[in-house]
Design a protein around this ligand. Structure first.
Ligand code: 5GP
Length: 111
């Protein structure tokens, strides 16, 4: 069971900001911006690179939810959505998650 499956199962506590039948969103334990939320599918898909065609609707839903949660968090000045994929991409938890970052000016390019 991945760390995020344990959070979904309420075996590990998290600061949950949104839930629906397909996804859970909660605050990152080590926030990199004033708002840093992870949006996670309940289905244990390892990473975006492991998605199949059948997951297309779920992937779209994750992005839609990121924008919805950005509205709830009042990030009207802008925000960034990040998906780290694999070791070179900086992925540390092998359960797909979308990072929503906002509340400060974010630099580009990322490190
Ligand atoms: P990744 O590096 O895989 O893209 O992102 C994993 C994220 O999960 C990191 O930003 C990390 O801070 C966050 N994280 C790791 N362990 C926990 C935890 O136990 N609870 C929460 N809320 N976030 C976690």
């Amino acid at each position: 069971m991945t760390l995020f499956e344990k959070i979904i199962a309420r075996q590990i506590p998290a600061d949950i900001v949104f839930e629906d039948d397909q996804c859970l969103a909660f605050r990152d334990i080590a926030p990199q911006a004033p708002v840093h939320i992870l949006i996670v599918p309940k289905k244990p898909l390892e990473r975006v690179g492991a998605a199949s065609q059948a997951d297309s609707t779920l992937l779209g839903h994750l992005l839609f939810l990121a924008a919805e949660i950005a509205r709830l968090e009042k990030l009207a000045d802008g925000y960034r959505i990040v998906i780290n994929n694999g070791s070179n991409g900086g992925e540390t938890v092998p359960h797909l998650h979308v990072h929503l970052l906002g509340g400060r000016q974010l630099a580009w390019p990322p490190g």
